[in-house]
Design a protein around this ligand. Structure first.
Ligand code: NOJ
Length: 765
């Protein structure tokens, strides 16, 4: 449809006026600070400590035994979390605004990780798009929805680098790479906060600062031991990018970092974050983490914990009540000062002012559902979900499937599952009404794609079961799924085999239930849970064309499938419209272009496994490379950056400035061409390796990427900079970040094994 030029002009005019209005209405830094200081002048010590106190908005057995009404009325709560009932949120806000002495509104917080009602793909999936605008668009829509639902602060983005698929929270981040992670971090902060906080945005929270993803053995909450060079070169960059993008808050991590718990780690929260990076926002602890400084064997008691966290630079205590209980006492004993207390409170008041909370404290309950049910958000979700999927295998072009197919057998526990497609973080599923988002199952998506008389025979089971129940299942009082009996297993297998035998095409939908990834969801094995592996082998043995669709939150051990199943599509947890998005890709309405943001292991025993490791004395390219394991191929099953398309691309003609000074920027150019007769997306990736220096450097490091759409036969030249940002590293010997003169290898291609190569010489300034 053509839009009339007149209508365009009118829209532009309207937009310009609203922008001017929004900008003029938005106070500048000085006005924000003056207003916060004016409030601070009127506040009692208890009220200041109250702003540093985040309380549970609902009664949760073992966490919060009472409603927070009285504490809010007394000005002893600055923020509320874990409540998504908008009516209740407005009620609590009314207590703060109408009944507390200074009428300071509450900052309502929740984990809006990848959507509020319409759930977007999990963050690991969105990172697989290798397209930061996917994250930005999704989080922008999530922010609008959250704000309409009276949530003004989200505990997102999760920026933990994860090099170990056993760790359950790998699903919440952007994978293993600092460069990709930083790009995704930046995009998410912009998505939530826009150019600046305002009444239409929400406050983002970069978490978990820092090193949580390196939990020993991939066991959640376990200690991390990370040398400073690794922190600075690998674990910090996404956080630094978030700070540069203007993130308003950070959350400290749960675990001990090099023996000092993150919530009490002054080096992290003060020296690095504030002194080095110039962070001006505030830091909240993870839930109960301040009180748990005692559990860690770090603080002597809760008062000591409150003191240590405060001294470390932590502003707000999430749910362990220590600030409100002990800060007034610590102040009266002279252990902390008024000025320090004011400095801790000021950024929280400033965030409330910038968010326009004093003027717009409530949600309009009558308008909320119209925002949360927007068709445009659903359409966006479907598009982004398909854009995030990774085609791992497609032998003999079995995909895309013909829409003319008459009989499909759709088999596996996730074939018709609704909630699992949304992953573990769906605010309304967690604490509200799960029925509101109406997720599209894969069975429904496939039916939507086919003619009315096509037969889709769905064998969706047996349900996936966690051996030990998930924490949230316990909190929510959910019954654990019983283990299927031997007879039930035989029955499921028989039904699956029968369905496969009578089908033209078999689609297996397998992987993990939503509660098998995420917090407190680490695994010692990466095998397909339950009876999925034998079921897959059985239905493959029938001999029909077969496709495996994976729904999961981490790489799984799919060695058998990678050898015996001709086509494998990684859909991750694709979100509310996931079923339609999977069908879009399977039947070729969308050509997949996602790439792996993680190295895919063969076996859990390889973990931690990541592409940007150092060379050893017996490197992988040595003739008799046997140093890793004698019982397993040491290479990953699929490399970082890998993913196929229905189209074919070539990357050629790599040109790199041959020599630069250390403070200059080299130019990398490369041509990418679509050599097939199908339009599709290529992701061109640039890797470097520094041959010698004051420290050993990784075999390869990603330093540039771009996703481009190319028509059949079309080609494009892409250029990338390689300057101080890309070439520098923090050296354990010099203790600074610098570009060290020397020779760099440069590769360009479509995954981390790219072999198109050139060199770059860097000379001293
Ligand atoms: C604990 C989790 O570690 C954190 O990621 C989350 O934001 C908080 N709980 C609040 O729900």
């Amino acid at each position: 449809m053509r839009v009339s030029p007149y209508r365009n002009c009118a829209t532009l005019f309207f937009l310009a006026i609203s922008l001017l209005h929004a900008q003029s209405a938005q106070p500048n830094d000085e006005q924000v600070r003056d207003r916060a200081d004016a409030l601070l002048k009127q506040m009692t010590i208890e009220e200041k400590a109250g702003q540093l106190n985040q309380a549970s908005g609902r009664i949760i057995k073992g966490f919060a035994d009472d409603k927070p009404d009285a504490a809010i009325r007394a000005g002893k709560v600055g923020s509320v979390l874990w409540q998504v009932d908008v009516h209740e949120l407005n009620r609590l806000q009314h207590i703060a605004v109408d009944e507390s002495r200074l009428h300071i509104p509450l900052l309502m917080a929740f984990d809006v990780i990848h959507g509020y009602r319409i759930i977007f793909p999990v963050p690991l999936a969105m990172a697989s798009s290798w397209d930061p605008s996917v994250e930005e668009q999704a989080q922008h829509a999530a922010a609008e929805d959250a704000r309409a639902a009276e949530i003004q602060w989200t505990f997102t983005p999760m920026l933990d680098i994860a090099r170990d698929a056993r760790w359950g929270r790998i699903v919440e981040g952007a994978g293993e790479d600092p460069y990709l992670g930083a790009a995704m971090a930046w995009a998410q902060v912009r998505g939530f906060q826009g150019d600046q906080l305002s009444p239409t945005t929400i406050l983002a929270c970069a978490k978990h600062f820092a090193g949580y993803g390196a939990a020993e053995g991939g066991r959640d909450y376990d200690s991390s031991y990370i040398p400073e060079e690794l922190l600075r070169n690998v674990y910090f960059p996404p956080f630094h990018a978030a700070v540069d993008a203007g993130v308003g808050s950070l959350m400290s991590a749960y675990m001990d970092l090099n023996d000092v718990p993150a919530a009490g780690n002054r080096w992290l929260l003060h020296d690095v974050l504030r002194d080095e990076w110039g962070f001006k926002g505030f830091v909240v602890s993870d839930a109960l983490a301040v009180g748990n400084l005692v559990t860690h064997g770090f603080a002597a008691d809760k008062e000591d914990a409150a003191y240590r966290a405060f001294h470390a630079g932590l502003n707000m205590d999430m749910a362990s009540n220590t600030t409100i209980t002990y800060l007034p006492k610590l102040l009266s004993e002279g252990k902390i000062t008024q000025a320090q207390l004011d400095d801790a409170v000021r950024p929280i008041l400033e965030a409330k002012i910038r968010l326009g909370l004093f003027e717009h404290p409530y949600s309009d309950e009558t308008k909320m559902d119209a925002v949360l049910n927007r068709q445009s958000t659903r359409d966006l979700e479907r598009k982004l979900a398909a854009r995030s999927m990774v085609l791992l295998k497609d032998d003999n072009n079995i995909l895309p499937l013909p829409k003319s197919v008459r009989k499909i057998a759709l088999i596996g526990p996730l074939a018709d599952s609704a909630d699992d497609l949304e992953g573990g973080w769906s605010p309304e599923t967690l604490f509200g009404d799960p029925s509101k988002s109406h997720p599209v199952t894969i069975a429904a998506g496939i039916r939507n794609k086919l003619a009315a008389n096509a037969e889709v025979n769905v064998i969706s089971g047996p349900p996936l079961r966690r051996e030990y129940p998930a924490m949230l299942d316990i909190i929510q009082g959910k019954k654990q799924i019983p283990e299927p009996t031997a007879a039930e297993v035989r029955d499921w297998l028989a039904r699956a085999e029968k369905a496969a035998k009578s089908a033209d095409i078999v689609i297996a939908v397998m992987g993990e239930a939503a509660n098998m990834s995420g917090e407190a969801s680490s695994r010692s094995s990466l095998a397909l849970p339950g009876i999925q592996q034998p079921m897959l082998e059985l239905i493959a043995s029938v001999g029909k064309p077969i496709v495996l669709v994976l729904v999961n939150g981490r790489p799984l051990d799919i060695r058998w499938a990678s050898e015996h199943i001709p086509a494998i599509l990684e859909a991750w947890f694709p979100g509310t419209e996931g079923g339609d998005a999977v069908a879009d890709v399977l039947f070729g309405d969308v050509n997949p272009g996602g790439k792996l943001p993680v190295t895919w292991p063969r076996d859990a025993g390889q973990e931690p496994l990541y592409y940007n490791h150092n060379r050893t004395h017996d490197p992988d390219d040595a003739p008799n490379f046997t140093s890793r394991y004698w019982d397993l191929n040491s290479k990953p099953l699929y490399p970082f950056g890998y993913g196929l398309s229905y189209a074919k691309f070539s990357v050629s003609n790599l040109r790199v400035t041959s020599q630069i000074k250390a403070n200059e920027t080299a130019k990398v150019s490369v041509d990418v061409a679509n050599t097939s007769n199908t339009a599709g997306d290529a992701v061109v990736q640039i890797y470097i390796h520094q041959r010698a220096g004051s420290a050993s450097r990784p075999v390869r490091e990603l330093k540039g990427f771009r996703r481009v759409t190319l028509a059949p036969g079309q080609s494009q030249t892409l250029t990338f900079p390689l300057g101080p940002d890309e070439l520098s590293f923090w050296s354990p010997q010099t203790k600074i970040r610098a570009v060290e003169p020397g020779t760099f290898d440069v590769w360009a291609g479509q995954d981390s094994t790219a072999d198109l190569h050139a060199t770059l010489d860097v000379t001293p300034n």
